[in-house]
Structures are given as structure tokens and as C-alpha cells.
Design a protein around this ligand. Sequence first.
Ligand code: SF4
Length: 286
Amino acid sequence: MSSSPLHARHERAFAANRFVYPVLSRRSGGISVGVNLNPDKVCNFDCIYCQVDRTRQSETRFVEIDALLVELDHMLRLVASGDLYAAPSFSATPYPLRRLNDIAFSGDGEPTTYRNFDEIIAACADLKDRLGLAKVKMVLITNASMFHREHVRRGLEILDAHQGEIWAKLEAGTDAYYQLVERTSIPFRRILDNITDAARLWPLVIQSLFMRIHGEPPSADELSAFCKRLNEITASGGKIKLVQVYTVARRPAEDFVAALTNGEVDAIVDLVKRRTALPAAPFYGV
Ligand code: SF4
């Protein structure tokens, strides 16, 4: 899923890379190395705010594991050594942010739909360890639609064993709003169940993008239902370490979608804190 606020600045293309790209993330205070597991730009959601440019077809259609690992190896060395900052697009990186923060699995679609998901997570974790970067986080940015598949579950376990963090997207309280925003055949119940099951095993970060649709921010009822869903997850034994509330920061797929104001984002954060007692943080549009 591409919509992460982690990616304050998109640099999908870096040199001749096809799968691995560096991103300066002011939020995390460092460089995030992105791994794109969906070079074909296919996603099982069709979010109205998606920022992947699907008007142009990508030349790379399939993940090539060996090529991806070579790119990741080079990129991790480039960032860890500091040589990245010799590149014109990173030469202005402030010194305090010149550090490797994480490897993020996201890209131009839903990363867990990649059929060799467990294999790639294991190989990336192994590479990270071999380079002496065991402490670097691995972040999975996901719509949670595939957690019930066995090989995805295996991948999540490997992720967890290697400083992994799951950032799962939940941005509706009702089925109708979910359908309006995500436009998918995957039932809302499936997403809620998958998030709940995963959160029982590993504390999750929830990513929630809210926006104006045809000029209208989410209704009070919708936000109230959203808080209720969060409470249901925790009441079932799920652990949520943070709810990130954010809004559209780049050009969305649909022109009837617009960003919320900073004040509106703050108000949702306050509501989440009050109704759920979970930690919540705002991330604004531009
Ligand atoms: S999950 Fe939504 S935002 Fe993420 S890539 Fe798919 S369509 Fe885009």
C-alpha cells in the first residue's frame, strides 16, 4: 500500500533501481529504504485517494528476487556508509536525518499479495543481519487483506523476529464508508478479523487516512463507528501501539478527494484518544 505518511517524499526511481528506493522520512528522523513488491502496480484495493500513478504502465511486471536483493544490498550499504548523500537528490538531507531508520515494504500495491511474500521477508531479514544491521526496523505497510493466508502469516512471523512492525490500514467504521473509500470486493469483516488476529500476536500500528470526499469530511457517526471498531479490536485481546491519523498529502486518484485541515486531523486524534484511550498521532497534509 502506497499511501503511507512514512513516505514524505517519493523517490521510487533511484538510479536504475526497479524495486528498492530511498525515502527521506522527516517523521521517523532518517532514511527509509522502500521495497516495492508490486512493480506491476496491481492492487486488491482501489482506494479513492491512492497516489500510485496507474495511468502509465510499469515496464517491470514481476518481482525478481535476486535482482531485488542486489538492489537492497547496494542501497543499505549506500545509506549506512553515508554515500547516499553524495547523490544530488539527497545532498540537502539535514545531518541529524542522515541515518538508516528502516526497510519499508510498501510500493505500488498491497505487498502481501506478492506470492513469495514469506520468502522475500526472510531473504531481506537475512541480508540485513549479514550487513550488521540487525537493529534496523522492518516495516510492513499493508491493507491487512491477506493476513489469513498461511504464507503471509509465516512472513509476518519472520518480520516480527527481525525488528518488524506492521502498519495496518483501517480507515472506516462502517461497511458503507469502507466500500466508498477502498472500492474492493474484500469484505470489511475480513479486514477487521485479520487486524484483530494479528494484533493479538503482535502490537500493531494502525494507519487511518481521512479526507474530504466531495467536500465532506467523515461524519461524526462514521468516526464514532471507527472508534468502536478500534475498541472491539482491543476488547478481543488485540494490541494497538499507535493510531496514526493522517490525510491526503499528494495528488489522489480521484479529484473529488481533498485533504482535511490540520485542525480536522487534530480533532480526529483527540476523539480517538478520548474514545479508545489508545495513543494517537496526527500527520498533516501539505
Ligand atoms: S491499498 Fe489503496 S492506497 Fe494502497 S496501493 Fe492499494 S489502492 Fe493504493
